[in-house]
Design a protein. Structure first.
Length: 355
């Protein structure tokens, strides 16, 4: 299990979590992007593990396929030596056997979750990118394959989260196409930090073809443009333009000004956070589902508009849980018992919580 995790570890915070958030935000927007007129937050939250597992399993197939070639192992020995193949945790032959087992399992998962079309297309894109070495040819082809793959992963996660009873509407598909275009013009920011290993592999990535100076501008300018285009697509207000532009401005500024390897790795992570900021725009456009859920929670905690009683209950319950946990810890060996087997538990006086 740890070896499987290491195959995908680098992509979990910058790809898997953002893709899952894309699906969650899109599904919570309800009829704006999907056929579900009134989505239930609890129902959606209960399906997040399924969407996460399906997305991760497809990512695992891509990563194993991407990392098992001799040239990939040589590149990872420079850029990511902790990965399973360069670190010696698994052999290329065992990686091939892993794919032979994983592919039919993932296909079955996609069928059961109602997203088998995306799964088949992702397997095709994986074959083109890795086995046909589309990742090593011209950087425009590389960017295109990655961008289309990102769009397919986004659609896969969203359809898995929606379930078989609902579909993505025309606006939802337009949003996925927009995100695919964002990836096409900005995602080569991740190649900047990997330029040394890509040069050893002979890969024609954007930093190697365009040079360091030019490639940074080809990231910074599109990030700023997309920061404006996203809110414009949904007809949002000034605050949305400002928020996406501020985060996008940080990414663009760091890309141009901060040029050492450590800074490039951090900028790449901030870029991933910026994509999550864009993914939240549909929820800003149609927040009714989240607001109605908040009103329901508020009604439970604040019956009749008086929040003091409900919040007092939450406070007392939290203290009781803390005391009980401390007592269980002490009984398990973390504390001392009195001679008669009893234990002194602190007496707590809980005052009212005032807003």
């Amino acid at each position: 299990l740890h070896t499987l995790y290491l195959f995908t570890a680098n992509d979990i915070p910058t790809f898997l979590f953002p893709t899952t958030l894309f699906a969650l935000f899109a599904s919570l927007s309800g009829p704006l992007l999907t056929s579900n007129p009134s989505p239930s937050i609890l129902s959606l939250l209960s399906r997040i593990p399924l969407a996460f597992i399906i997305t991760w399993s497809n990512l695992l197939i891509f990563d194993v396929s991407n990392q098992r070639a001799p040239s990939a192992v040589a590149e990872d020995a420079i850029n990511k030596p902790q990965r399973p193949l360069p670190s010696g945790r698994i052999t290329p032959s065992a990686s091939r056997h892993l794919l032979l087992v994983a592919i039919p399992i993932v296909l079955a998962l996609g069928w059961s979750a109602g997203c088998w079309q995306e799964t088949l297309l992702l397997l095709t894109m994986t074959w083109m990118y890795n086995d046909l070495q589309g990742c090593d040819d011209h950087f425009l082809l590389r960017n295109f394959l990655i961008a289309v793959g990102y769009g397919l992963y986004s659609s896969l996660a969203l359809r898995a989260l929606l379930g078989k009873g609902h579909t993505i509407n025309s606006t939802g598909w337009q949003w996925i196409v927009f995100i695919t275009m964002v990836m096409f013009v900005t995602q080569h920011i991740c190649d900047i930090k990997d330029a040394e290993g890509d040069r050893v592999r002979g890969r024609k990535s954007a930093p190697i073809v365009l040079g360091d100076e030019m490639v940074r501008w080809t990231v910074a300018v599109p990030v700023l443009v997309c920061s404006v285009a996203g809110p414009w697509l949904f007809g949002l207000g000034v605050s949305s333009y400002l928020s996406t532009s501020v985060v996008g401005g940080i990414v663009a500024g760091r890309t141009i000004l901060c040029r050492d390897l450590k800074a490039d790795k951090l900028t790449w992570k901030i870029w991933a956070f910026w994509t999550c900021w864009l993914f939240a725009l549909p929820l800003v456009k149609n927040p009714e589902v989240v607001l109605s859920a908040w009103e329901a929670v508020k009604g439970m905690l604040c019956p009749g508009g008086d929040c003091s009683g409900g919040l007092n209950l939450v406070a007392v319950g939290s203290v009781a849980m803390a005391v009980k946990g401390k007592r269980m810890y002490d009984l398990g060996g973390g504390g001392e018992l009195h001679g008669n087997g009893s234990m002194t538990v602190p007496i707590l006086r809980v005052e009212g919580v005032v807003l």
